[in-house]
Design a protein around this ligand. Sequence first.
Ligand code: PLP
Length: 365
Amino acid sequence: MNVMANTLDRGFYMYQEEFEQKALEVLRSGWYVLGREVSSFETEFAGYIGCRHCVGLASGLDALWIAFRILGIGAGDEVLVQGNTYIASVMGITMNGATPVFIEPDEYYNLDASKLEEKITDRTKAILVVHLYGQASNMGEIMKIANKYNLRVVEDCAQSHGAKFNGQMTGTFGDIGCFSFYPSKNLGAFGDAGAIVTNDDRIAEDVRVFRNYGSEKRYYNKVVGANSRLDELQAGLLRVRLKHMDQLEAQKRDICERYLRELDAEKFELPKIREGATHIWHQFVIKSDRRDALAEYLKDKGIGTIIHYPIPPHLSEAYQYLGFREGSFPITEEYAKSVLSIPLFYGMREEEQDYVIHWMNRFQE
Ligand SMILES: *Cc1c(COP(=O)(O)O)cnc(C)c1O
């Protein structure tokens, strides 16, 4: 048997008829960018998140850099962000000329709130909280510190659609929540797409203007903006998937509960869930001292895995200019050497789950 880390077409076939019908509807409508599908999706997604506004954008990275741009955070400013995130989070900061200040992660792979205060300077303007792998971060502590130092909070929710902390949705704690709908995300499109959510009317309006060349009215440009529009096809297809989010969430939860029950906890460090947090299982990430040998062994059995992420942003070639070295962030670096994401996707069959569990548990340490 072959079980790939991800098999995205399964998620399409689950609702094939609805997707195909919607695609045809949009193709035949004669309206392809920023139209009825986009505004309906924005209303529906804001409803799902439980906030006042959603503004559709072209990608998750756009949501991040536009968020900082609209908040006026740029050159000379510092933004606190966890060290083990996907590099796009960091690019959202640096594309505006601001400086990322890395914070080590906790045992849940999220920002360690107890390490925030020691990194705050008079240049610190914001915290970028990434709810990594699908688990909500420690928002109680983080918001306490943000309020004490009067810092802006931006949430990177690219992996946390629907995850909550103390019953509140991720994306609604801070000033702006940034979402990606890249095809492999829990709410995925069939191409690139993203959005910001906010309860602030002014921020929503500014982003709405910014995404369309800074124009509110055609050919009247208020500011120098960008082209980051969500298209009708992606918005329509996202609406189809959003309708089924409950079922989709339950499906991943069932698979991961099986993994937690049946994988040998003596052999691998299984993911833990923080009290008060929910996990929507964007990835199921285990930790092992023999990660590379394990990945190689699984590959021999036909089981695909992915490392999220093998090179932490501070050690990537792109960020050499920040001046960090191996050893600068030991916990982040240790995670990069030992984490492994095992197969998990919508429409994953029971026999595929059996197969993964069977061979994982036979790995010889
Ligand atoms: C996917 C992802 C992004 C970027 O989203 P794109 O839509 O690919 O631009 C940003 N941050 C995190 C944590 C992500 O997982």
